[in-house]
Design a binder for this molecule. Sequence first.
Ligand SMILES: Cc1cc2nc3c(=O)[nH]c(=O)nc-3n(C[C@H](O)[C@H](O)[C@H](O)COP(=O)(O)O)c2cc1C
Length: 336
Amino acid sequence: MQKQPSQHRLQQLLGPSAKHPIVVPPMANASNAALVLAAARAGCLAFLAAGYASVAQLCTEINDLISLSKSESLSPSDSGCAVGIPLLWGVGFLTWRLDQSDEGDTLLSEVTPITCFKLKSYQSFDRVKIFLQVQTVSEAIKYADLADVIVIQGREAGGHGVGDTGSTFTMLPEVVAAVQKKAIILAAGGIVTGGQAAAAILLGADGVVMGTRFVASNESAFHPIAKRRILAAKEGGNSTIRTRIYNTLRAQDWPQRYDFRILANSATNAFVENPQSLQTSLLAQFNAASNSTEKQDSDFDMIAIACGEGVGLINDISSVEKIVAKVVSDLETFGM
Ligand SMILES: Cc1cc2nc3c(=O)[nH]c(=O)nc-3n(C[C@H](O)[C@H](O)[C@H](O)COP(=O)(O)O)c2cc1C
């Protein structure tokens, strides 16, 4: 079957390195240089996560990535990309943190990533492509003229997002109809398999953002115990939970509208039983678990393991290359 034109729009924007309509989002504590490089080698765009890092820390990581990318000599056999095509990657910022400081601008004047999840002052950086992740249909419409790419994130998504919003597959077609090709549209939230990716493309997405699936890869920076727990989790609609308690436990200043999808654990259960424990016993247990240098399995009863509702569909921890190959072959099976 002929390729869907929608599959080419990300490639049109970013060039031939964006071989597949699959994007690995910025994921705090998971998206390190190894994950980003592996995805780029496999022909996908991936983002380093600025997360809560300082400009200095991020510059170090970006410069490492730049030198690693430059020293790469790709051959057609070991890469989805053709020889001489630069590896593709970006940097993802938390927009509410950018609103609080000039960190993003400082960073962008130090290095020149080609893509990023950034909004403020973006016009001063011509070569930067703007990917903006939003959680409602009206935000997608509002920002479609500003961003090159709109990522519509449903409430199934792992990590921070908005619980009080629609699901990926209800919002996506509404966004596609309303935005009318003004921006490239990617679907995020709960997408783990090639079949789901094909369904999103069928509903009009230009591609998919898959976070949790790539957290469960050899290359991600997640602790092996956390990866094992993700692999063991089934029924993500029940085994994961959206919560705000980690904003308090981690002393993070997230705006009230955002909550956090993670595997339900002892901390979330204890909070439901006794909300008063948050500032006292729970905080003490969380700090002890977080500060332990040799992490034990039990520490992950308190430490958040961010992942989406799609966890039940993950059946292996494997290399990024294998994960991408499987999704791509499934897409091909569906004629995409
Ligand atoms: C472990 C983890 C960390 C995340 N951290 C970030 C982040 O730092 N910045 C961001 O824009 N999105 C972050 N996200 C959300 C992703 O951008 C994306 O919306 C989500 O992974 C898609 O849902 P899925 O995980 O079900 O595939 C994170 C997601 C996960 C799973």
